[in-house]
Design a protein around this ligand. Structure first.
Ligand code: AMP
Ligand code: ZN
Length: 471
């Protein structure tokens, strides 16, 4: 399989660290508002990548964070926390906002047939891990304390601008978004690991730390959460292109300084969806959401198909006119497929060249528009209906456009069966706590209780056993 790797900026053969196991990390949403359909373009293309890796036989573990603290309005270290801004806008607490928009995000994902990652972890669950990583960075001399904050010292690295082709001045913090320079920084590109002092003193969520009460910077969360769930070697990291700098550049700096070795092999960046006025943004007032498209009568999967019709490494411009064209093509396609007879058994031998063509398309840097062409080619081919249906079902495991009734049912079942992957961890901890109490190991039982509290789990002892729920 060939993938374009932003690290090196070339098309490269995809070879994971460990045989057919793939550790994949995705920067999750900042849950201060609804996702716009630009954000969702990125998640759709990442979903196709994950599903194609599985289709190609890889055993994928995909981890995603939820940014519920630390992402400031400038992407760098100045400005207000986006979460706090959202909370003020809606007269709610930050945690209420985080819960509401996390649920809204996954509801949009379901509508777009975007699979939930295997692990989803909110940043506020991992404060101890962030503190540990920052302590190690300080011990190793990669970080310093100034003006009450802890900073990463980019001058300690051999190479900081790892994605190349970027002009240092254009990228430098302070120039971007015309925000003010932070005088505590030793070097222009240094960034905050832990804040105790900020212009915005009314930060709602704060935690105790060795450097005083404060909150983490945005970048540290992805380094930590990936390290926690994917381990020391990451095969592939995804995100929108705007995340390449400073966010991903800083993640690499922190992770490699912490680990002492190279960390992530492949970087997959999705180019932006623009509207006719330029880049889509949530601060521009009205913005395009899945619900808005639905209210105008569009099936969300038409938007998925619209995204798949173009390559993820090209910017895409949204217009209702183009979406209407896709809607017509989608309806026609579904109609044609629904006419195929469900009787008979597929001829796998004749199907093979078509599977090969699909692999050639998707295996060539995720060429989704050619993947869709493969569906049309099958419909036109001299094959019996059972073989056609078999092939379209196979392709739809990756395209996820509900092209057949079978795929539609499967998508429905998957969505109904979606469960918070943290549930299993909570169940396990509760079982360990029960065992510790039975063994009168109170210290262990208390430690587990504290851990559950940190995970925002509320436990109730009832006559039928222990009941629990998230706060
Ligand atoms: P955020 O919720 O702001 O943290 O962004 C979530 C994801 O959407 C990140 O991977 C961003 O890089 C990506 N993103 C932001 N704007 C766009 C856009 N206009 N088109 C595609 N992806 C975007
Ligand atoms: Zn991230």
């Amino acid at each position: 399989m060939i993938l374009y790797n932003s690290l090196g900026q070339t098309r490269q053969e995809f070879i994971p660290f460990n045989g057919n196991k793939v550790n994949m990390y995705t920067c999750g949403p900042t849950v201060y508002h609804y996702a716009h359909i630009g954000n969702l373009r990125t998640y759709i293309m990442e979903d196709v990548l994950e599903k194609y890796l599985r289709f190609a036989g890889y055993d994928v573990k995909r981890v995603m964070n939820i940014t519920d603290v630390g992402h400031l309005t400038s992407d760098a270290d100045t400005g207000e926390d986006k979460m706090l801004k959202g909370a003020k806008r809606e007269h709610k607490t930050v945690l209420e906002i985080a819960k509401f928009y996390t649920d809204a995000f996954f509801s949009d994902c379901e509508k777009l047939n975007i699979k939930r990652p295997d692990v989803v972890e909110p940043a506020t669950n991992c404060i101890d891990e962030f503190i540990h990583m920052i302590e190690v960075l300080l011990d190793k001399g990669y970080a310093y304390i100034a003006g009450g904050n802890v900073y990463f010292d980019t001058s300690k690295l051999d190479e900081y601008y790892v994605f190349g082709n970027m002009n240092e001045d254009d990228l430098a913090v302070g120039v971007r978004d015309s925000v003010e320079e932070d005088e505590n920084k030793k070097n222009k590109a240094d960034f905050v690991l832990w804040f105790t002092k900020s212009k915005f003193d009314d930060q709602e969520l704060k935690w105790d730390s060795p450097w005083g009460i404060g909150y983490p910077g945005w970048h540290i969360e992805c380094s930590c959460i990936s390290n926690k769930h994917n381990g020391e070697y990451l095969d592939i990291h995804c995100g929108g292109i705007d995340n390449a700098f400073p966010h991903h550049t800083n993640e690499i700096a922190q992770s490699e300084a912490f680990l002492g070795h190279k960390w992530c092999k492949y970087w997959f960046h999705v180019l932006h969806l623009n509207d006719n006025t330029g880049k889509m943004s949530k601060s521009k007032g009205d913005f395009l959401t899945v619900s808005l498209l639905e209210s105008k009568g569009y099936n969300p999967l038409v938007y998925r198909m619209f995204c798949l019709q173009s390559h993820y490494r090209k910017p895409l411009t949204f217009s209702y006119e183009s979406l209407d064209n896709t809607a017509k093509a989608y309806d026609k396609l579904i109609k044609k497929i629904s006419k195929l007879s469900k009787e008979g058994t597929p001829d796998l031998e004749s199907a093979k060249p078509y599977i090969d063509s699909f692999n050639d398309a998707l295996g060539n840097d995720i060429n989704t528009s050619l993947g869709i062409t493969c569906v049309y080619d099958v419909l036109k081919a001299e094959l019996d209906d059972a073989t056609k249906l078999y092939l379209i079902n196979e392709f739809d495991k990756v395209l996820s456009l509900n092209l057949t009734a079978e795929q539609e049912e499967k998508a429905l079942a998957d969505n109904n069966g979606t469960e918070n992957p943290l549930n299993a961890e909570v169940e396990e901890l509760i079982a360990q706590r029960t065992a510790a109490r039975a063994a009168k190991d109170w210290a262990k039982a208390d430690a587990i209780r504290d851990k559950l509290k940190e995970m925002k789990v509320v436990i109730k002892d009832t006559k039928d056993g222990i009941e629990w729920h998230f706060e």
